[in-house]
Structure formats: C-alpha cells, structure tokens
Ligand binder design. Structure first.
Ligand code: FAD
Length: 388
C-alpha cells in the first residue's frame, strides 16, 4: 500500500481548496490536494455557475497569480446595483459613489477553477491527487492519516476540509453542523437580453422570492431566482421560452425580451453553521465551513476569505513546519467567526424580512429600501460590506 507524508493535505480542489493550496505556493511546506473530479472543460458557452467576485476576492486571486490569468473578455465589471422592493421602492448603489472602479466582477466558476488548477499544477510544492475518493480519516499522534478508496494513504500535520457543503472531512472529524433549509431553491439560467445592461446588477425582492440579474459580457445576463421549492419546480418544468418570458415579466421587462442560453437548473438553499471551524490539526474552509443565502452572492467570497486567512496564519509558522499547530487553529477560528457570523446575519435577516407575507412587512421593507437610498452613510456601509 502506497503511503506519502505531507505537511498539508487539502481535501477538495473547488475554488476554495485550490485557493488555499495556491496561497501556500513558494513555501517549504509540501501539499497534497485530493479531489474526486477535475473541473469542467473550457467551453464557448457561458457557465451556469457565475459568481459576483468582491474586490477583496479579486485582490486575493491577484496575490496568487490567478486573476491576471483569466480571459478579460469573459469578465464583466459591475458598475451599479439596482435593488427594488416589492411595493415600488428602489435603491441604487454605484461604483462611482463608492469611489471604486467596480462593485464586483462577474466571472464564471469554471474559469476561476481551471486557472487555479493550472496555477497549483505548476506549483513545485503541491501535487493534485485526482481522481481520488476518501475512505478513512484517523488521528495518528500529532498527524492525520487519510486513506483513499484505491488503497493509497496520506498523512499530514494539517488537513484542510474544502470539500463543500456535505463535507466528508467534517463528518469524519466529528465536527457537528446544523443545516437549516430555507424551503427555497435557487433557480439559475443564462439569457441574452434585448437591451444592454450597462454593467448593472439588478435585484428584485418580490413576494415570490428574490430575483437577480447578474450582467455578463455583451447583452447577456445570469439569473438567480431564489424562490419557494414548489414555485422553483413549476419554473424549471416550463419550456425554455415560457421560462424566459416569466423571468422577463418578473424583472419588469427592464432589459426587454430574454432569449434562453442555458436550461434552468435549481439548487436547494440552506443556511449552515458548524460547531468548530478548526480542531486538532484540521481546519474547515469554504462551503464545508458555512452556507449563507445566495441573495448577497457572497458564498465564494467568504470562502476566499477563509483561504487567505488560513494560508497567512500557516505561512507565519512556516519555519516550524507545524501548520496544524493548536495556536494556528485557534487564531483561524477566532479570525473567521466574526466575518462568517456577520454575513449570515445580514443575509438571513434580509431573507426573513422579505419572505414575511402581509402588507405591514411589505411596507417596512420598502420603507427600509427607500430610507437606505436617502441616507448616504448607511448606503455606503452596505456598499462596504458588499465590497468585503
Ligand atoms: C444557486 C447558487 C448561486 C450561488 N451564487 C453565488 C454567487 O453569486 N457568488 C458567490 O460568491 N457564491 C455563490 N454561491 C455559493 C458558491 O457556489 C459556493 O460558496 C462555492 O462554490 C464554495 O466553494 P467550495 O470550494 O467551498 O466548495 P465546492 O465548490 O462545493 O467544492 C468542493 C470540492 O470538493 C470536492 N469533493 C467533495 N467531496 C470530496 C471528497 N470526499 N473527496 C475528494 N473531493 C471531494 C468536490 O468535487 C468539489 O470540487 C451560489 C450557490 C448557489 C447554490
């Protein structure tokens, strides 16, 4: 049976796991990244998974040499956010008001993951173990021993669980998680639009959920409609043209007629909290560590924050070659708790406020939006939160 020793084993080479490995490039630490499947291949069609990458995440991706490697023709800067309540109120945030070039950048998930993989693949201190599935995880003195289904085993002083919301690592490390389903699904699809979006991201807080149009290069948008599961099933069962007409009507025809580019897909939405972000020599990052409502489009940004902070703490102790040191784990837990909690409270609170039926909640939330538009300081605070 083949066995290898590493300083760090990362399980999951999604955006966040690959981000941790890339952020440890150039160190003396040896890293293995275990992943069950490679990223989707390049395609001229737009990915259905599109992220609003915050300026803080852009800086992180720049620091690991990945942002520069992305094709600029497939990146759309967001210059304005136009948010409407369900009784006619509206708030507009602009990059100009916030004194930045863009509030966020819309990028395809696959493009970032492929660029991260190329980066990690060229990294001298890292190996990608793919395809591979985990079979066992045991504590062995001060190290972890990870067994793979094909009989290989790897040991490390630090295991990073970056294996998504249903994290195998989290379960096998005995870290509890509470998953509270919203009873909503996110329905996603891409469309060509009749009118130009001018770099504006639109969001409508509606009685039947939250609808977002994220601008893509050209006259194209990526749509996320977070809506009760029964409604999501009804929407995904429609033929593509009928679905496009529903999405256009729900967005008040703001960009005119919509032409479908991809079929609609639905994902169940839930908020998830974990008991610990780190235990003895094991840290959770990305969706393995938290799930928030996609209404703020911050899931992957929180994950990049985890990757940046964990890698920085590990780098500080590089000379000791003890990346899973209890002090590193404690500092990671402390550093990330607050950011994750703040994001959960904001997204959860907004989601709850906008899902309450009745005229009074509708009046309150619309008053809230108009108030926000008039109070510059508050608006700027919200923008700062979005900018990370
Ligand atoms: C509808 C919807 C819209 C969203 N929109 C946005 C948005 O606009 N902006 C945003 O920031 N976020 C958004 N998110 C959230 C975003 O998708 C996640 O936060 C992000 O993908 C998390 O990345 P990750 O690397 O932590 O996990 P994942 O992307 O889940 O990656 C986990 C990786 O681990 C691998 N893996 C899993 N188990 C194992 C195992 N046992 N062994 C080996 N490998 C394993 C998987 O193959 C995968 O590659 C959205 C989510 C949804 C559902």
């Amino acid at each position: 049976m083949e066995h290898s020793d590493y300083d760090v084993v990362v399980v999951g080479a999604g955006l966040v796991g690959a981000g941790v490995a890339a952020a440890l490039a150039g160190t003396a630490l040896s890293i293995a990244i275990v992943e069950r499947a490679p990223p989707p291949p390049e395609s001229p069609a737009w990915d259905t998974r599109i992220y609003a990458i915050s300026p803080a995440s852009v800086r992180f991706l720049e620091s690991v040499g990945v942002w520069q490697a992305l094709d600029p023709a497939r990146i759309q800067p967001v210059r304005r956010m136009d948010v409407s309540g369900d009784a006619g109120s509206r708030v507009v945030f602009s990059a100009y008001d916030a004194g930045v070039a863009a509030l966020a950048h819309i990028v395809e998930s696959g493009a970032i993951q492929r660029a991260l993989w190329r980066r990690v693949g060229a990294q001298e201190n890292a190996v990608l173990v793919c395809p591979a599935r985990c079979a066992s995880l045991e504590r062995d003195g001060k190290r972890w021993r990870l067994g793979l289904e094909d009989g290989r085993s790897l040991s490390a002083g630090l295991v990073v669980g970056a294996d998504g919301r249903d994290s195998w690592v989290r379960g096998h490390a005995g870290i509890g998680a509470t998953l509270e389903p919203y009873g909503d699904s996110g329905v996603v699809a891409n469309f060509a639009t009749e009118r130009g979006h001018d770099g504006t991201a639109f969001q409508w807080f509606r009685a039947d959920g939250i609808l977002a149009y994220l601008p893509l290069p050209g006259n194209n948008v990526s749509v996320v409609w977070s809506t009760p599961e029964a409604h999501a099933r009804e929407l995904t069962a429609l033929d593509p043209d009928a679905f496009a007409a529903r999405v256009a009507a729900a967005g008040n025809e703001r960009l005119g007629r919509l032409t479908p580019l991809t079929p609609a897909a639905a994902f169940p939405l839930a908020v998830m909290e974990v008991e610990h972000l780190a235990v003895n020599g094991l840290a959770l990052v990305g969706d393995a560590a938290h799930a928030v409502h996609p209404l703020a489009g911050q899931g992957v940004n929180l994950g990049f924050g985890d990757a940046r902070v964990l890698a920085a703490l590990v780098r500080e102790r590089e000379i000791f070659r003890a990346p899973g040191d209890p002090a590193v784990m404690r500092r990671y837990e402390r550093a990330r708790r607050e950011d994750i909690l703040a994001m959960r409270l904001v997204t959860h609170g907004l989601q709850r406020l906008f899902s309450l039926p009745g005229r009074l909640p509708a009046a309150v939330r619309n008053l809230g939006l108009n108030f926000t538009d008039e109070v510059g300081v508050l608006k700027n605070l919200l923008i700062r939160q979005a900018l990370g």
